[in-house]
Design a protein around this ligand. Structure first.
Ligand SMILES: [Zn+2]
Length: 85
């Protein structure tokens, strides 16, 4: 179930970065003369997966930061109490 080339309808191996324009290698070279503006459809899928995995890890990092911040604030509160006495 691959993407189809916009020009000839063959299975697309490449797409233009940041767009949904898909091309087979042959039409990409014919149209652009240079495939450096194109990214592999498979590589793009891998990048998307990496981004999704990053987002899953993010909440754990936030928790750690939150705990550090909490203990720091507790110390400050104790200092304030001492000054009031
Ligand atoms: Zn094509």
């Amino acid at each position: 179930m691959g993407k189809k080339c916009m020009i000839c309808g063959e299975e697309a191996k490449l797409k233009i970065k940041d767009t949904s324009d898909y091309y087979c290698e042959e039409c990409a070279v014919d149209s652009f003369g240079d495939i450096s503006v194109l990214v592999s459809v498979e590589e793009d899928a891998k990048k998307l997966k990496a981004i999704v995995e990053d987002k899953c890890e993010a909440p754990q990092k936030d928790d750690e930061e939150l705990h550090t911040k909490d203990s720091f604030e507790e110390e400050e509160e104790k200092e304030d109490e001492f000054l009031e006495e």
